[in-house]
Ligand binder design. Sequence first.
Ligand code: GDP
Ligand code: IMO
Ligand code: MG
Length: 427
Amino acid sequence: MPNVVIVGAQWGDEGKGKIIDLLSEKADAVVRYQGGNNAGHTVVIDGKKHILHLVPSGILHKGKLCVIGNGVVIDPAALIAEIDELLTQGIAVDANFKISDLAHVILPYHRAIDGANEGKRGSGKIDTTQRGIGPAYGDKFGRMGIKMADLADAERLEKRVSQSLEEKNFLFSKYYALPELKSHDIVPMYLEYGRRLKPYLTDTVSLVNQLLDEKKKVLFEGAQGTFLDVDFGTYPFVTASHPTAGGACTGTGVGPTRIENILGIVKAYTTRVGAGPLPTEGKDGGADLRARGKEFGATTGRPRRCGWFDAVLVKRARVINHFEHMALTKLDVLTGIAELPICTGYKINGENIPTLPSALEDIERLETVYETLPGWNEDISSMKKLEQLPKNTRRYLDRIEELVGAKIAIVSLGEDRSQTMILNSLL
Ligand code: GDP
Ligand code: IMO
Ligand code: MG
């Protein structure tokens, strides 16, 4: 297996966790490269559900090295809670787990600002996960962030937090009407987090590059999805990082030529959780698909909005990430639907639009063009070979490949590890 970046090709929740867990078996290491605990990656093993937010989804395989790269923003309290939960379940989180000391930290004021900004935006709110992700990345790029390495030194941390609070407290009192924070509300607690997480901290840039030097197999675990990317997504209804394949390089310190393959994770229909345009959204937010696919957020429990497969969108994701292979997930959810529309084009005022437009207002007024394929009724959830799939299911897969311009390497037919067809030995 080559080194592979696993990237969400839609708006997140495509089933990345399941696929990463599956591929981890053949990998040596799994590295998260962006996002934070806004992610919720579900892995189901023998009927038991595990939801991972920060810890890479390879952790459930014994002996796999799991790494949080520099591009991730870490809420230390959330990470410690997640580690503790895994330990309680008897899953090892020790020498098999490493955290970049360059990764930026989410502080209490980031969470407070995330919530307050949503309030200020009113009906135009983004519907963030309120985990402080946007404000933490904002401070990172504004050159006033705090890194994991800073949690090791009381004086350094006090200096940085105090500097940051000068600005934050001004905003809290004058703009957000929030109570001001004192550095002693934060510093002792974060020093304690630092002590707890110290054994895991390391120079992950050297570590991951060394693994690649030794020809070890590394999976780069993307969170969120292509259309939540801060550049390529439906801005401003996006997250604050680069979930796209390029983010794997900047988020780990690995040069682009070391990445050997990209796998796009594609849901057999479309979902999005939170506000923002969803061109193929169904009636009542796609309530029928939501019920069939049990589409509720793994992090916040919010109902996901659902719609038909959007081939224009996934083709755009294929281009941005340059994936030649896809894992198509949740195909089983479509069983029993008589007709399956696929969005094959966009129009504005009757004029064809070749891809997702750049301006939000244009995305919002897109008319979607569909072709309709016949559905199937057979239970496909335990089928093991492509040849077993009903003719109409095969036709649906073939048409998706054709429209997107990439090959389906994995078909996922249920939440369990075992409910998967691996079609391409490359992976
Ligand atoms: P991620 O964020 O991309 O890892 O995806 P989530 O875990 O947030 O959401 C995917 C949901 O679909 C989870 O509840 C998975 O257990 C479930 N799932 C994944 N693959 C399949 C599949 O092929 N069929 C069905 N029915 N469920 C799946
Ligand atoms: P995984 O990795 C789906 C969405 C939020 C909101 C927007 C911005 O499980 O696929 P943020 O808190 O990041 O500032 O919120 O992004 N969002 C996700 N949607 N899956 C995710 O992660 C998401 N992470 C963030 O709902 O619309
Ligand atoms: Mg998710």
